[in-house]
Design a protein around this ligand. Structure first.
Ligand code: SAH
Length: 493
């Protein structure tokens, strides 16, 4: 699963009167005879949601994508762009609201774009997320899905949501800019690099907001300049805050364009006085002209180099740059499900492909004889090894490299897995890796995925190679965004 959801993207979702998207118009000759016209105003019934959260409507029988509309709405829209078989439109009037429509609680929802579904009730979101999984499995994977436990096919369970679907993110990354001579920080306005100030983000931990606001206030008082992308001048680029949900630990990282932080001691004192839980204040230096947030050099300004958090009873060390799942509450549910599906008795050999910092590997290691983890990013494997040591897990081996290269090498070495777990990024697994997995003939395969489309494609290859896809559990890792995570169980026929 890749980080994904809830990030402060630049891609907004205009509500009423929102901007149209930049789709190129098609030559008008090709569009003759369509039942709608560009700039025409029509009534539409919303019958679905696209994968990026736009309402899918029908006007005169023609399909239109409409930002800000939800299934069940009856709306009046203006067509903004036409293609041969579908078009885009903007919302003009809400004629009859869907029973699933709610008022977005966030005051900056429309301008921000980090969330896409705050205007849809949480229940409806969870239903929709399951449905996107079902649709991918049937349309892309050509699988039968069993409904309500009846008939043949894959069981797709209801999406596991959060009891409290707000304030779930443990990491805040805020770009810093200047307005009227003072620091501001929040998110980029749609399609621009202008920074809009943000006091609160409802999906991030409260302490994250508190720290960012404190840093902005202290910076203003000390006369600190924000980094300016256009001139490549100024100091403060980003503020990153990480919070350990179960430990209360807080880490603050100031990302600076240059080595020297003026009034360094005042910064440190100010942050410590305003935010009592702070255990680590770091500086990361990034002098490149780039959108990448972190540079290569990190130094501790005050306190520890690491903070800690738990997922289940496994302890993880988190550094300024290390990856950590952003929703620890749901991550625990997802990985417990992976462990359940692996059905380990203690004697098994398990491979964890795309293991990242070893989160799933360490879960599995509690119940397996030996776990082999592979991951392409060397720093993540260094973290994985540190985490294994931290938890006294002596039965895990980690390797740096491509899963599709390392796992065949393991096979040559005579490693015979009883269970293979994969958790690939959005693009899914390489077909050659799936072939290797089939050749290794593990009893079970557990496929964790952040993209239902590539999941369905890969499950098809595994099913054709001799595995039965038993069940899929969707988990809501990123409430109010369009992302959905799944854990799937395959068993050898
Ligand atoms: N389970 C992990 C997260 C997996 S995210 C955890 O909880 O930490 C997917 C991971 O796959 C990322 O860490 C990414 O760096 C890694 N990756 C991407 N392509 C890869 C490849 N070809 N081989 C191995 N790892 C890869």
């Amino acid at each position: 699963m890749s980080g994904g959801g809830g990030g402060k993207g630049k891609k907004g979702r205009g509500g009423l009167g929102g901007k149209s998207r930049g789709h190129a118009p098609v030559a008008s000759a090709r569009l003759e005879g369509l039942p709608v016209e560009e700039r025409g105003v029509y009534e539409a019934e919303i019958i679905g949601l696209s994968h990026d959260g736009e309402g899918v409507g029908r006007a005169n029988g023609f399909t239109l994508f409409i930002r800000g509309a939800v299934p069940g709405d009856r709306v009046r829209v203006r067509v903004t762009k036409l293609k041969k078989s579908f078009g885009y439109a903007e919302l003009v009037d809400l004629l009859e609201p869907s029973p699933d429509r709610v008022a977005p609680p966030c005051p900056i929802y429309d301008a921000c774009g980090g969330c896409q579904l705050q205007h849809l009730s949480y229940d409806a979101q969870l239903r929709w997320k399951r449905q996107t999984v079902v649709d991918s499995l049937t349309r892309i994977g050509k699988f039968a899905v069993r409904d309500d436990g009846n008939g043949e096919g894959i069981v797709v369970h209801p999406t596991w949501g959060m009891d409290e679907p707000w304030r779930y993110r443990n990491k805040v990354q805020v770009p810093i800019g200047e307005r009227d001579g003072g620091l501001v920080g929040g998110f980029y306005a749609q399609n621009s690099h202008d920074i809009i100030d943000m006091e609160a983000c409802l999906i991030q931990h409260e302490q994250g907001d508190a720290v960012v606001n404190a840093v902005k206030a202290i910076g203003r008082r000390l006369g600190i300049e924000a980094y300016n992308e256009a001139t490549h001048r100024g100091l403060l680029r980003h503020v990153v805050v990480k919070v350990g949900f179960s430990t209360g630990d807080i880490m603050v990282v100031l990302i600076t364009n240059g080595d020297v932080i003026p009034h360094r001691e005042s910064w440190i004192r100010g942050i410590r006085e305003t935010v009592p839980g702070v255990r680590s204040i770091c500086q990361n230096v990034n002098t490149e002209q780039t959108n990448v947030i972190f540079g290569d050099v990190t130094r501790v300004l005050w306190g520890e180099a690491y903070i800690y958090d738990y997922i289940g009873d496994i302890r993880f060390a988190i550094s300024a740059r290390s990856f950590f799942q952003v929703n620890p509450v749901q991550t625990e549910k997802l990985y417990r499900q992976a462990l359940d599906y692996a059905a380990l008795g203690g004697s098994e050999t398990v491979i964890d492909a795309y293991c990242g910092i070893g989160t799933i590997s360490l879960f599995l290691a509690q119940r397996a004889r030996r776990v082999y983890g592979v991951e392409i990013v060397g720093e993540a494997i260094a973290d994985a090894r540190r985490n294994a040591a931290l938890n006294g897990a002596g039965n895990v081996d980690f390797a740096v490299g491509r899963a599709e290269e390392i796992i065949p090498a393991w096979r040559e070495q005579g490693i015979v897995p009883d269970v293979i777990v994969v958790d690939p990024p959005r693009k899914g697994c390489e077909p050659s890796l799936l072939d290797t997995m089939l050749a290794m003939r593990p009893e079970r395969i557990v496929y964790v995925s952040c993209n239902p489309a590539t999941l369905a494609r890969d499950l098809r290859q595994l099913a054709d190679g001799g595995y039965t896809v038993r069940e899929v559990q969707p988990v809501d890792m990123f409430p109010w965004t369009v992302h959905v995570e799944c854990c799937s169980l395959l068993v050898r026929k």
